[in-house]
Design a protein. Structure first.
Length: 218
């Protein structure tokens, strides 16, 4: 894709306000992958290595336009203790490939909204500063745990996913807390009930879970 066309595509994306306007960009160099996504004016960026597996960094936040260009007001930054960055410029994407969009049923942004325990749902307040965000788009998933008040980064993981006929499946490609989990394939049952995503199965540690995720509202 020519650099000028990429800039026009990005500008068009940033000015759209439809229900789900998204684009994914990927760059691979040797064993290092950088994945950048724009989803409804929200920016995510993750960098990781595949062989051997190693998590490098993750950051994300809301895109806003200024007189000098578009910037990202970060909600999380795994390198914050080292660089103290809360605002970044959108990187030049000339060396990235724009990935073709392949929509799936669960595409979008989800917040951990509760858990089922002993047959009863225990909800959590998603408006608070401590959040677990899950971003699904184009066959890629990423969850991020962070605190918007303290800027604490608690972890992230992600990779490839599919959602077909009530089965949601994850293939882990990076995991900040334990690189040895990379390569695991985790199947779950999923069901959408009144707009809530019920996510049932076993965690990467083999622990039974029944999570409720709610779509993020802006």
């Amino acid at each position: 894709m020519k650099p000028l066309f990429k800039r026009i595509l990005l500008l068009l994306f940033l000015t759209q306000t439809v229900a789900l306007m998204a684009q994914q960009y990927e760059q691979s160099f040797k064993d290092r992958t950088t994945l950048i996504q724009f989803i409804n004016n929200y920016y995510t960026e993750v960098v990781y290595e595949e062989n051997p597996p190693r998590f490098i960094s993750a950051r994300g936040g809301f895109v806003s336009n200024t007189t000098s260009g578009s910037v990202v007001n970060l909600e999380y930054n795994s390198l914050f203790k080292n660089d103290s960055l809360r605002v970044i410029s959108i990187p030049v994407l000339d060396n990235f490939v724009a990935v073709a969009n392949k929509p799936q049923a669960l595409d979008g942004q989800w917040l951990m909204g509760g858990r089922m325990r002993n047959g009863e749902i225990s909800y959590r307040d998603t408006s608070g500063p401590r959040k677990t965000l899950k971003v699904l788009f184009n066959g890629r998933f990423q969850w991020i745990a962070f605190n918007t008040d303290t800027f604490a980064f608690m972890g992230t993981g992600g990779g490839n996913y599919s959602s077909v006929d009530g089965i949601y499946k994850e293939e882990i490609k990076f995991f900040s807390r334990d690189d040895s989990r990379v390569g695991a394939i985790l199947p779950f049952d999923y069901e959408l009930i009144s707009g809530e995503w019920h996510h049932k199965g076993k965690s990467s540690k083999g622990v039974p879970i029944h999570e409720i995720w709610v779509q993020r509202e802006y």
